[in-house]
Design a protein around this ligand. Structure first.
Ligand SMILES: NC(=O)c1ccc[n+]([C@@H]2O[C@H](COP(=O)([O-])OP(=O)(O)OC[C@H]3O[C@@H](n4cnc5c(N)ncnc54)[C@H](O)[C@@H]3O)[C@@H](O)[C@H]2O)c1
Length: 332
């Protein structure tokens, strides 16, 4: 059995990764979450009820809670973080705590044991967003873009800067302890269970009431479906050649938010006019990754088209499943 720890497993991407890993009976998956954002909804209960999956409730900011996690772990997917633009502005210190202390505590625990075959850290495009907006770095953006932060007094950067700390902690902590690591830099994953603080669920929440509105319609992004993002991440963790690498995970299909809105309407079979509003102050105008490195190291190609992914996401958010997620208890 390969013993795998997935942090943030009750959240969005951690859940998909844990579920794909659990589909292989040769894996034994330990899911960890504090439920600061993730929820124990019906899908998470199904996952953690499987015979090769267990769940631990732990605040990874607490070194004692991390010390109490199982020792016999072969691979860590460190996905826990406090994500969501609203959180960056409303609880920036909590964002800094949850994006830095768990990384340090986990490396301090698993590093000295020297058992880990791979430490997979979830990086983010937010860590280089200022390099694009302030210094005009190219889009689509490769992994070589310098990381930078526009203004340390703007709470928005509580997240990007803390996640950059995680990359530095990963490189230096793993080198210090001699652990093979990979940094997967995620770019706009989407799908059911993604929370409500992103453009797609935000649009669909209003669409439930027959209101079609978009903010930042001229901004561009590219979107990767959660199942594809999870598969790419697992491929990276298993690829010897991905050890010691930073690798973008995302899609190269850059599109405007306006076109995204129309694609959601089509996928969800909705009709009506979309009211278009400008971007909120400080929003990132363009974002899209180069994913040549991911393809070269793993042979990755997406399974999901945008239309299929948006259809599945719209079905979730237009049904009562998203409401049930919000109401799901975080504790037994
Ligand atoms: N979703 C994306 O498109 C995207 C893009 C870039 C980077 N990322 C990175 O990928 C990872 C997963 O993102 P996500 O969108 O799934 O986020 P998410 O918020 O859905 O999931 C993170 C989970 O971590 C848990 N968590 C937070 N602090 C914790 C703590 N102190 N102890 C234990 N658990 C804690 C939360 O409860 C939550 O369930 C994050 O590290 C994020 O920075 C995601």
């Amino acid at each position: 059995m390969t013993r795998i720890l997935v942090t943030g497993a009750a959240g969005f991407l951690g859940f998909y990764i844990a579920r794909q890993l659990a589909a292989d009976p040769a894996n034994s998956v330990v899911c960890v979450d504090s439920f600061v954002r993730g929820r124990r909804d019906v899908l998470y209960r199904d996952l953690t009820a499987r015979p090769n999956v267990s769940h631990v409730t732990a605040d990874l900011c607490d070194p004692n809670a991390v010390a109490a996690l199982p020792d016999d772990i072969d691979v860590v997917f460190h996905m826990a973080a406090l994500n969501g633009t609203q959180n960056f502005y409303e609880r920036p210190f909590e964002v800094v705590r949850c994006c830095t202390l768990p990384t340090m505590n986990l490396i301090e625990k698993y590093g000295p044991q020297q058992r880990l075959k791979r430490w997979l850290y979830a990086g983010t495009s937010e860590a280089y967003a200022s390099t694009v907006t302030r210094f005009g770095w190219e889009v689509p953006t490769g992994e070589d873009a310098p990381l930078s932060f526009d203004d340390i007094f703007n709470a928005r950067w509580s997240y990007g800067a803390s996640k950059a700390h995680g990359e530095i902690a990963t490189v230096n902590g793993c080198r210090h302890f001699g652990i093979p690591f990979t940094i997967a830099r995620f770019h706009n994953a989407y799908g059911p269970r993604m929370g409500d603080k992103h453009v797609i669920p935000d649009f669909l929440a209003r669409a439930r009431d027959g209101v079609y509105e978009l903010y930042g319609h001229e901004d561009t992004r590219s979107f990767i479906y959660a199942e594809d993002a999870a598969r790419a991440t697992i491929l990276l963790a298993n690829a010897d050649v991905a050890a010691g690498q930073v690798v973008n995970v995302g899609s190269e299909d850059e599109m405007t938010i306006r076109d995204l809105g129309h694609a959601i309407m089509k996928a969800a079979e909705l009709s009506g006019e979309i009211a278009l509003h400008p971007s909120p102050k400080g929003s990132v105008k363009r974002r899209a990754p180069k994913i040549a490195r991911l393809k070269e190291l793993t042979g990755y190609a997406p399974d999901w088209t945008l239309q299929a992914g948006l259809k599945a996401t719209a079905e979730y958010y237009l049904s009562d499943a998203a409401v049930a997620y919000d109401l799901a208890p975080s504790q037994d």
